[in-house]
Design a protein around this ligand. Structure first.
Ligand SMILES: C[S@@+](CC[C@H](N)C(=O)[O-])C[C@H]1O[C@@H](n2cnc3c(N)ncnc32)[C@H](O)[C@@H]1O
Length: 267
């Protein structure tokens, strides 16, 4: 059984290291997710597991615990209205060279969606060729899979048939049900590991930042600090997106609301 004390220690560990907020009502979830792992490892219980991850004694296992306690749910063109807004904004005015950052990219679906959009805009002469997409996440496991650029077809359900044809290759035989991205898109996204709760060292400033569906893990002070640090990487006039379910933002960086989850940094 997960005691209150052990739960409290696990929660403090996760909050200190990765900003994860685990209030008491999440105890059952923590017990269930870590319980399965403990069984698989053949450990005696939660205390033994805590001893293993405390002080990052076993850094790999610590990362497994973070992965188990967060969700990596994502898919291509999630919250399509953000991509529509981005397309409209980039299409107005003279073509520019765009630097974009997907700041909690999970398996890369979001970053590759941005790359598909920029590839299409470049083909139409609506953006300049030197665009770039940076994608970061705290989890090495998701980054490893993201770099492979192969996805279950179901995660590309929001692509139009034209986008599928232009940017993807359907797997056959053993790879049936899988989709590989064409190199023109896959090679344009650079992946790296970054904990948003530590010093943010990225090659900014960016014209576009997606910080979507990660703020939900953080308590209010952590959320505010992460938003300030990430938004500071935005060029004046740049676009900033959070998940539409993540509430309104308040930030030291001047961000003007454009629509649900969408902001522009004041010039
Ligand atoms: C639900 S996914 C969001 C993926 C994508 N942005 C989307 O909206 O579809 C949340 C991601 O945040 C990452 N994450 C959680 N805490 C983090 C932290 N402190 N720093 C960086 N990434 C973090 C998780 O590893 C996970 O891949």
């Amino acid at each position: 059984m997960l005691s209150d004390d052990t739960f409290g220690e696990i929660a403090a560990l996760m909050h200190g290291a990765v900003g994860l907020s685990l209030p008491p009502h999440k105890k059952a979830l923590v017990a269930s997710r870590l319980g399965q792992r403990i069984q698989r490892l053949g450990l005696s219980g939660y205390e033994a597991y805590l001893a293993r991850i405390r002080g990052r004694a076993d850094a790999d296992e610590f990362q497994v615990a973070v992965d188990l306690l967060t969700t990596h749910e994502t898919y291509f063109f999630r919250e399509r209205r953000h991509f529509d807004l981005l397309e409209r904004e980039l299409s107005s005015g003279p073509p520019r060279s765009i630097a974009a950052w997907s700041a909690a990219c999970s398996y890369g679906d979001e970053a590759y969606s941005i790359a598909m959009l920029l590839t299409d805009l470049e083909m139409q002469g609506r953006t300049r060729p030197g665009w770039s997409v940076l994608a970061t996440d705290i989890s090495d496991q998701v980054l490893r899979e993201a770099r492979e650029a192969v996805f279950p077809a179901e995660r590309l359900r929001e692509l139009t048939p034209q986008q599928l044809k232009r940017h993807c290759l359907r797997g056959e035989g053993e790879a049936e049900g899988q989709v590989a991205l064409r190199d023109e898109v896959a090679s344009r996204v650079a992946f790296g590991r970054l904990n948003l709760c530590e010093t943010i060292d990225v090659p900014g400033p960016f014209d576009v930042i997606f910080l979507r569906n990660v703020l939900i893990y953080f308590d209010a002070p952590t959320k505010a600090a992460v938003v300030d640090a990430v938004a500071a990487q935005l060029r004046p006039g740049g676009l900033f997106f959070i998940g539409t379910a993540e509430g309104r933002l308040s930030s030291c960086v001047p961000l003007q609301p454009l629509g649900p989850g969408a902001y522009r940094r004041a010039a």
